[in-house]
Design a protein around this ligand. Structure first.
Ligand SMILES: Nc1nc2c(ncn2[C@@H]2O[C@H](COP(=O)(O)OP(=O)(O)OP(=O)(O)O)[C@@H](O)[C@H]2O)c(=O)[nH]1
Ligand SMILES: [Mg+2]
Length: 393
């Protein structure tokens, strides 16, 4: 199930109440106040994590609570803190305040996290209030309430390139051909009902992320077809690849189709209309595809590529053109001080602390290969590497 928008209610934990108590013990006269403080309530934390791909985990539950802090007790026992709860969301999730509609935070990078609902502070016990002038305070504080808020989580996929075009143009076929994504493909419109992401490896060190979204049709801004709903998944893409089918089943004019999708894009967001674009005519092995390409090139005044996902014609050219534009944009982003988002777990640079548990020294150091059979005394010089089953000289 692909879910890209949910409304959830958050309730952080209440702080534990402080305790009012006097020490009563045999042989300890006037023991004094000994009420402990309440523990702080747990907070709710949102964290973006690679590998979480949709908001499906939030689809069936509306309310999220963090545990309360425990109350303080006599004999100066402080209450236990409520554990913080972390909710994992995919990178690219925008967190919106449901009540007032403003964006609270945009979690773009892996590992970004923040406290979305703060737990209440625990109340002070009466021992806290003792002083030289007030030696037997009875007062204590009750714990504060935890923050309560409604939020909207909205996923806008992070992709370098967005595929747009009419239904049946061959968007999913292209994605499946050049990446390892396996979207549904069929010869009827609206096969794709939710966005698909694929990583395209151009060479060993170069790759980009491509998003395939459901097809657009004229009137999408009025909700015709699947509407504009999924355009937000290409909003972050710096480059749009516009696929045009040369022979639409409904025999419409490809140039006109191209223009109507352009106006739908502008209708959704003017900035999407101005986005860098590569126009591509698909299904090049069909007769008449080249004519459509020429007609489009003339009408747009720009270069138009011709590809076939079936025969593989023109795919290399398209991939290298996309890669060079993506590279150019990344360079501009780095110059502007923006960070490039990492989208694959293997690309993450992990510090030793993040790599999990540290190994004990005898397993991590130069002695790691030693065993019952292979002992340190078996080696004369330390530079000689220990070998399994080495014979005792
Ligand atoms: N002849 C030919 N057919 C193709 C080519 N690429 C895709 N097709 C066919 O075109 C049809 C539609 O392809 P899809 O990839 O599902 O199209 P889409 O743009 O994703 O369509 P929606 O998901 O419905 O918006 C399928 O029957 C494909 O087999 C091509 O290069 N040549
Ligand atoms: Mg499709």
């Amino acid at each position: 199930m692909f879910v890209d928008r949910v409304i959830i209610e958050l309730q952080a934990g209440k702080g534990g109440d402080g305790c009012s108590s006097m020490r009563r013990e045999k042989y300890v006269p006037r023991g004094g106040p000994d009420g402990g403080n309440g523990g702080n309530g747990g907070s709710l934390i949102l964290e973006s994590r690679l590998g979480v791909n949709s908001l499906a985990a939030f689809a069936n539950r509306r309310m999220y609570r963090a545990p309360k802090g425990s109350p303080g007790q006599g004999a100066l026992r402080h209450g236990k803190q409520g554990n913080d709860q972390t909710l994992l969301v995919p990178p690219g999730t925008t967190v919106i305040d449901a009540e007032h509609g403003f964006v609270i935070k945009d979690l773009k990078k892996h590992g970004e996290q923040f406290v979305i609902a703060q737990g209440g502070r625990g109340g002070k016990g009466n021992a806290h209030f003792k002083s030289s002038t007030n030696r037997t305070p009875r007062e204590r504080q009750v714990g504060e309430l935890g923050e309560v808020r409604d939020i909207i989580l909205e996923l806008k996929s992070i992709a370098d390139v967005g595929l747009v075009g009419m239904p049946n143009a061959g968007k999913s076929t292209l994605l499946s051909r050049i990446s390892s994504a396996r979207p549904e493909i069929a010869d009827y419109p609206f096969t794709t009902k939710h966005p698909n992401l694929g990583i395209v490896d151009v060479s060993e060190a170069k790759s980009f992320v491509m998003a395939d979204i459901p097809g657009l049709i004229e009137g999408a801004s009025d909700g015709v077809g699947l509407g504009h709903e999924f355009l937000r998944h290409v909003e972050r893409a710096g480059l749009l690849v516009h696929l045009v089918e040369p022979m639409p089943i409904d025999s419409t004019d490809p140039v006109q189709n191209y223009n109507s999708i352009r106006s739908e894009l502008c209708e959704y967001d003017a900035s999407l209309g101005e986005r860098d674009e590569i126009v591509v005519v698909t299904k090049s092995e069909l007769e008449g595809a080249a004519d459509v390409r020429d007609a489009l090139a003339q009408s747009t005044g720009d270069e138009v590529l011709l590809i076939s996902a079936m025969t593989g014609d023109g795919l290399q050219g398209l991939m290298s053109e996309i890669m060079s534009r993506v590279d150019r944009r990344r360079k501009l982003m780095i110059e502007a001080g923006e960070e490039i988002t990492v989208l694959r777990e293997s690309d993450l640079v992990r510090t030793p602390a993040q790599q999990g548990k540290r190994l004990p020294p005898h397993l991590a150091g130069p002695t790691q290969d030693l065993s019952d059979e292979v002992q340190a005394k078996d080696f004369d010089s330390p530079s000689q590497p220990p070998k399994a089953g080495g014979d005792n000289a």
